[in-house]
Design a protein around this ligand. Structure first.
Ligand code: ADP
Ligand code: MG
Length: 482
């Protein structure tokens, strides 16, 4: 049996305030990007900050769009270009499609928020829940005012499970998103000073994360981090919602899902946990204490859904680090192998600390060095300078031999390091790149991390190019083992 079309012509015609122009047929998918749209999909002309999707309606039809969802007052511009679904507002139209998707779905829905660990937890849930049935989750973070409705609108009719990442930069943003998702299980992974610039305090962040419980279905289950100083606040939000039960996770005795032991190796972690009274031991296919801690939240969700915990835990062996989030990249060059720990997708104080502290877990060949390439962490407001300076002990704990720092905030950390650990500082990641490329040599382990906005991620392909291709990383280095 093949799936029915994702959305039929009648579904589109039934959107509030919709008028059909031309004759749209059924559509096989939903897209907001003409460059990645597949033939037969519905193109939604979302207006963003810098771009207006209406500028790409013709490109979407050229790419084979089955129909375009456009603003009513713009529809005349696309006469003859292709079939249109004209609505008063495209983002609202996408939201209506999202709500219709949720309403018709029999899938069991899990929503994930938190200051860190959302995407990793979403991916782990995708892996685990796929063992029990067809699981829908976004390929990327897709956790904002368009990402969440888009992911909902894309949920296949036959999905057995749906996993939704929900993010926020400001108070109040999660409320409408969780209302659309209507989760049966809602998880808060962690509460940390991320996006603190928009908040008065970390407890303000806890309150904003706690908003996720407002969308819980009646009798749903709230999953909260028991070791967080803000767990009481989160529990209060859950208590004020329609949640039927709270499940906590952590290392402390009070947690319902509790780690008894966590050990980490170069490429794996091992967890022994008490899962609501049952002891479960499992292997995780990637290193990191935080991954192990997040796995407790995932198992709490598994308990909440009434699924087999042993089966779920066994799935964790297949987990691999997503790109830019701890992925190990081995680059073989004439000077020896360089191991890049690619954490360059993004950074905040908690994840920066976790990444630095995990550095000693990567095996270091004789004569090899640990290099940390660190770029500024953004959106920290007034707390920025102290948050950067405060990483000095994590640099020491991570036994980083040399730190290469980029950006004005990282300057503070760099200057606070002992001279022997100072590799170089540059104003930007782009200016730091050639310095790093010249410094790296065979045997080195290189951590690359910083906020997305710094573009520090570009250093990873540059290392691959330079070192992997002609091996100058080995040749150029003084005292290299080449
Ligand atoms: N519980 C945690 N505590 C500290 N750091 C974490 C935790 N979970 C994940 N991280 C780190 O945070 C970073 C972002 O992880 P990710 O799962 O993409 O989070 P998000 O989607 O919330 O931004 C990664 O570097 C990851 O290693
Ligand atoms: Mg994310």
């Amino acid at each position: 049996m093949t799936d029915a079309p994702l959305w039929t012509r009648d579904d589109l015609a039934g959107l509030p305030g919709a008028t059909l122009v031309g004759e749209p047929g059924d559509v096989s998918g939903v897209s907001i990007d003409s460059r990645t749209l597949k033939p037969g999909e519905l193109y939604c002309a979302i207006r963003g900050v810098a771009q207006d999707g209406h500028d790409y309606v013709r490109a979407a039809f050229a790419a084979g769009a089955g129909a375009a969802l456009v603003a009513r007052d713009r529809a005349a511009e696309f006469a003859g270009a292709g079939p249109l679904v004209a609505v008063p507002d495209v983002l609202h139209g996408l939201g209506d499609l999202a709500r219709a998707s949720r309403a018709r779905s029999a899938a069991r829905i899990v929503a994930v928020t938190g200051s860190v660990g959302k995407t990793g937890t979403k991916e782990a849930l995708r892996l685990v829940l796929s063992r029990f049935g067809r699981t829908h989750a976004a390929a990327a973070s897709f956790n904002n005012h368009w990402g969440v409705p888009l992911t909902l609108a894309r949920m296949p009719r036959g999905a057995a499970f749906g996993v939704f990442e929900i993010g926020m930069n400001h108070p109040g943003e999660i409320v409408p998103l969780t209302a659309a998702v209507r989760p049966e299980v809602a998880i808060v992974t962690a509460v940390e000073p991320v996006h603190i610039a928009h908040f008065r305090s970390v407890s303000g962040i806890a309150d904003a994360k706690g908003e996720i419980f407002s969308g819980l279905e009646p009798g749903g289950i709230a999953v909260i981090p028991r070791d967080s100083p803000h767990h009481g606040r989160l529990a209060a939000h859950a208590g004020a919602s329609r949640a039927g039960r709270i499940l906590s996770f952590g290392e402390g005795r009070e947690a319902d899902v509790r780690a008894l032991r966590i050990t980490t190796e170069a490429d794996a972690s091992f967890v022994e946990a008490d899962v609501t009274g049952r002891t479960v031991a499992y292997r995780i296919g990637m290193a990191g204490r935080h991954v192990a801690l997040n796995s407790l939240a995932v198992l709490a969700a598994v308990v909440a859904l009434g699924l087999d915990v042993g089966e779920a835990a066994a799935a964790y062996a297949e987990l691999a680090a997503p790109s830019g989030r701890g992925e190990r990249i081995r680059i073989a060059g004439p000077g020896g192998e360089v191991v890049v720990v690619d954490e360059s997708f993004n950074a905040n104080p908690a994840s920066m600390r976790a990444a630095l502290e995990a550095l000693p877990l990567v095996p270091l060949p004789a004569g090899g060095r640990r290099l940390a390439v660190l770029a500024d962490m953004g959106e920290l407001g007034e707390t920025g300078p102290a948050a950067h300076l405060g990483l000095a002990d994590a640099v020491a704990a991570g036994r980083a031999d040399l730190v290469f720092a980029a950006g004005p905030l990282m300057r503070g950390l760099y200057d606070a390091l002992p001279a022997s650990r100072r590799g170089a500082h540059a104003a930007s990641a782009a200016e730091l790149e050639p310095i790093v490329l010249d410094a790296v040599r065979g045997g080195d382990v290189v951590l690359v991390k910083g906020s997305k906005s710094t573009n520090v991620s570009k250093i990873v392909p540059a290392l691959r190019e330079r070192f992997g291709r002609d091996g100058t990383g080995g040749r150029a280095s003084a005292g290299g083992r080449g």
